[in-house]
Design a binder for this molecule. Sequence first.
Ligand code: ADP
Ligand code: MG
Length: 342
Amino acid sequence: MEKKRTEISELGEFGLIERLAEGLKIKNEGIIKGIGDDAAVYDVGDKYLLTSSDMLLEGVHFDLSYMPLQHLGYKAIAVNVSDIAAMNGTPLQITVNLGLSNRFSVEAVEAIYGGIRAACDEYKVDLVGGDTTSSHSGLVMSVTVLGTVEKELITYRNGARKNNILCVTGDLGAAYIGLQVLEREKQEFMANAEMQPQLEKYDYIVGCQLRPKARMDIIYELRDLNVKPTSMIDVSDGLASDSFHLCRQSNLGVAIYENKLPIDKQVYETAAEFSIDPGACALNGGEDYELLFTIPQDDFEKIKNHPDIHTIGYMQSASKGKSYVTGNQDVVELKAQGWRHF
Ligand code: ADP
Ligand code: MG
């Protein structure tokens, strides 16, 4: 009998992970959270230990024709630190696994490590190990981060409550539209090598794509403001898709307001150049690495004057579903495209 073959695209990334996780039995005491949040959680006594991994592949996550090696090293650390931030934690250690082809010189690897070191200094984490192998299919970088969090501060994806306010840090859509600019310049350069990329006008959005920041600054500020989010995730796949994770795990719906979305002027202008709706960039772009979190209404006063925290909607009952309130006050269903790797 022929064995059944299921395409990964039938399940999608999240469906595949769910299927792999099915029936997994936890064997050790102290594991508070396994698969399913931004980091795994382990009880080490007075605190929780957090672990998360993220992998970056040449040709899938980055293109070395426009990604400087230093920035790549920085980004690999920042996207991992971002997952610790999303648990309201503090990152402490990282390990770095590298797959290198003979295309890379020692100097090239040192350039990657220049970026890794810069990120380690910025986020105050220590590089404590890793693995180095050869690769036949481009550069592979996989990073694991460890962090801790006070038990009373841990923030999961599943703690949102009805009528909680939905907040997002920074602005959205910049990394996505920055990538469109980089791709366009690459095409133009390939068509005519005399063409030099004109990127000054796009410095902010290109920077967001090449060197995103993990928002540890916000985590420390929320602690100072005495605000503990009820739920939190970092925006890696896009606001819509990542807000769906908060909804699904908290068993709620959400309402997001188009005219509340924080979108930088450069994103508006460049989206217009590409004839893309800036709201769509913010909803579905991804790779923003901003923090998306919910707070009780009582905490609104504490954050309302924060220049980098924006209230974009609220959580509603699951039966009300997921709504997107457009600039014209039309209420439409919020759809998540997210990133599709498969
Ligand atoms: P994030 O975008 O925050 O990095 P992901 O969407 O990559 O999170 O992963 C969601 C959850 O699935 C996490 O708990 C992660 O550890 C887990 N996960 C992802 N891939 C695998 C895998 N191949 N095997 C087991 N768990 C996985
Ligand atoms: Mg995450």
